[in-house]
Design a protein around this ligand. Structure first.
Ligand code: SF4
Ligand code: SF4
Length: 358
């Protein structure tokens, strides 16, 4: 028997998305007249042609096993029109072109244990990074934090009770992905890296590690006759940027790696400038598998926002209106000396110019 021919890989990036789109969306691409929000988790779009399409959104985890994916696809084949997409916040969306299909689809999703919601002024699914499952530098998990928190915020996901939408993010190290939202739960290292001098020369490219430090705290050094590195601990801001290119500079630590919560981050849009988030709680225990301390603080902030913000105010608008002192009063979070940013070194040492340094 002739040997099966192997298919040559196609090295031209991701495939054209149009071929997977619902035909009604493809036909009316860029030609939508308006959209409505008939109930939490459902959007209705109406095109200039008169075509209508309903989108049903259900929360899913970012890292899906094949059995769950098959179950989701079977629901799509049976109750929707066989077209789905995943959103940037790991939700699945089903598109149907008939209003009569919406309720049976929602029932099928809920019977299978999925939660429909996350649209308009709800708490959307937490946007999260990869954590222990994929990445090589996390100081905590991401999927686990998201699961633990969303279990507690399920009613806020299913209902539209917030003044405006709320985006939450998590970040499992202090330097890379994640970490910009209305509420961001980020790793916070609290001690400088600990160097294993026996391994530095074999594993690390020392000049790139030195260049990586934002405050120039790393210097080349000879330790026991071997080339290594040393850290000026007075300068070090415990950011962890040296750890990815040089794993012998271990910074993750069961006791000293904590979580911090920042609020008020928002991207710019047609009406406003970007806003930068500010630290509101630091030194929170990194406490798997349920992270109860971090979840309790997120719930406190959400409760104060829900109670006090005006309709349509995002988290940053609300805080800007009431001021930071009132924010701490209303949320009951303690204001400590760690909230005062008195670090003066940035101007001299952070990348403040357009020069690229390696
Ligand atoms: S946030 Fe950091 S640790 Fe987490 S996945 Fe991104 S790079 Fe990895
Ligand atoms: S943790 Fe950050 S500040 Fe400290 S030595 Fe490493 S790169 Fe520099």
């Amino acid at each position: 028997m002739a040997q099966a021919q192997m298919r040559h890989p196609i090295e031209s990036g991701c495939p054209d998305g149009f071929q997977y789109m619902h035909p009604t969306m493809r036909r009316n691409f860029g030609q939508w007249r308006y959209h409505e929000h008939p109930r939490p988790g459902v959007l209705k779009h109406v095109a200039h042609s008169g075509d209508e399409i309903w989108t049903v959104k259900a929360g899913t985890q970012r890292i899906l096993d094949v059995f769950t994916l098959r179950k989701l696809c079977d629901i799509g084949d049976q109750f929707a029109d066989g077209h789905v997409r995943f959103t940037i916040r790991s939700n699945i969306e089903y598109m149907v072109d008939d209003a009569a299909k919406v309720d049976p689809l929602i029932n099928a999703l809920e019977d299978a244990g999925f939660v429909v919601g996350g649209t308009a002024n709800s708490v959307a699914m937490i946007s999260h990074t990869q954590g222990w499952l994929h990445c090589d530098i996390p100081g905590t998990d991401a999927s686990g934090v998201v699961k633990a928190m969303m279990d507690e915020l399920i009613d806020e996901f299913k209902n539209c009770n917030m003044p405006n939408r709320v985006h939450l993010t998590t970040s499992c190290c202090q330097i890379n992905c994640g970490g910009q939202g209305d509420i961001a739960i980020n790793v916070q290292h609290t001690k400088p890296p600990k160097i294993n001098h026996d391994q530095v020369a074999n594993v690390c490219e020392r000049p790139s590690v030195v260049a990586r430090c934002p405050v120039a705290a790393i210097r080349p050094a000879l330790v026991d006759g071997k080339p290594s590195l040393e850290v000026d601990e007075k300068k070090c801001i415990c950011c962890g940027a040296c750890y990815p290119p040089c794993p012998p500079m271990q910074i993750n630590d069961a006791e000293h790696t904590k979580l911090a919560i920042w609020v008020g981050g928002n991207h710019s849009n047609a009406r406003g400038k970007p806003t930068f988030q500010k630290l509101v709680a630091a030194g929170i225990p990194n406490n798997p598998p349920r992270w109860p301390e971090a979840t309790a603080i997120v719930k406190k902030i959400l409760a104060a926002y829900k109670e006090d913000a005006r309709d349509w105010e995002r988290m940053n608008d609300w805080i800007e209106r009431i001021g930071w002192p009132r924010f701490f009063e209303k949320t009951g979070l303690p204001f400590t000396k760690y909230h005062v940013d008195n670090w003066r070194g940035a101007r001299n040492s952070l990348n403040a110019s357009t020069h690229i340094r390696f």
